[in-house]
Write a protein that binds this ligand. Structure first.
Ligand SMILES: O=C(O)[C@H](O)COP(=O)(O)O
Length: 261
């Protein structure tokens, strides 16, 4: 796994990348499976996004371009961060491939209630395993993404009805390779504001994590994750822009969302 790097930057590093999970959403607050449902940030989520922007500003970060999903919790997080940096003008791409994992028929259901009904182990499998899919959304369901104009240019066969992390990775990584990585190679400093599981997919790929290791990775809301990459875009190190205690506490809160108690 990629080692953590501490303190100041190594001048030999070719490029840096910042990944950021959106701030707390209204459905995070209510502990509901969200996936592709377009829920906004809670007030706390907006504060987390502002804090992320301030941390980046205080650490001297500037960006050339930004990437986010087509879901407003990530888009608004990015806006708040770029506003804090006074960089709202930089080119920004909204890509459906960076969306949260599609949580299928679980979307809108309470995670703790599901843990009480089906057991914590089942909920852990749905939330964190690599290849277990959630129950699928019916193609006739009005919530099917084919009814949503923002996906009108996406080939019907690519629209998910419930994704495993493996399925999520199968859309995130081609997008990384085809769109994001070339921009980094061109010398651009990028921020990617996305979601817990689309970022887990990217971290798994970048860090070469195994299917067992990825089960344990919980990405907190609103804390920038900094990568140093070599010229081949292999990670040299990564760390959160927050204390270890704060990250551990926030990650433990994410874990607890799927526990019955
Ligand atoms: O879609 C969701 O419910 C959350 O954004 C991520 O959920 P998880 O932490 O349960 O995977």
């Amino acid at each position: 796994m990629t080692r953590a790097f501490a303190g100041g930057y190594n001048e030999e590093v070719s490029c840096r990348l910042v990944l950021l999970r959106h701030g707390e959403s209204i459905w995070n607050r209510e502990n509901l499976f969200t996936g592709w449902v377009d829920v906004d940030l809670s007030e706390r989520g907006k504060e987390e996004a502002l804090r992320a922007g301030e941390r980046l500003r205080e650490a001297g970060f500037r960006f050339d371009e930004a990437y986010t999903s087509v879901l407003k919790r990530s888009i608004r997080t990015l806006w708040i961060v770029l506003d804090a940096l006074d960089q709202m003008w930089i080119p920004t791409v909204c890509a459906w491939q960076l969306n949260e994992r599609h949580y299928g028929a679980l979307q809108g259901l309470n995670k703790k209630e599901m843990a009480r009904k089906y057991g914590e182990e089942q909920v852990l499998l749905w939330r964190r395993s690599y290849d277990v899919r959630p129950p699928q959304l019916s193609p006739d369901d009005p919530a099917h993404p084919r009814h949503d104009p923002r996906y009108s240019s996406v080939p019907a066969g690519s629209l998910p009805t419930g994704e495993s992390l493996e399925d999520t990775l199968a859309r995130v990584i081609p997008y990384w390779r085809g769109e994001i990585a070339p921009r980094i190679r061109a010398g651009k400093r990028l921020i990617v504001a996305a979601h817990g599981n689309s970022l887990r997919a990217l971290v798994k790929y970048l860090d070469g994590m195994s299917e067992e290791e990825i089960v344990k990775l919980n990405i907190p809301t609103g804390i920038p994750l900094l990568y140093e990459l070599d010229s081949e875009l292999r990670p040299i190190g990564r760390r959160y822009l927050a204390s270890d205690e704060e990250v551990a506490r926030a990650a433990a809160n994410v874990v607890a969302q799927g526990q019955a108690g």
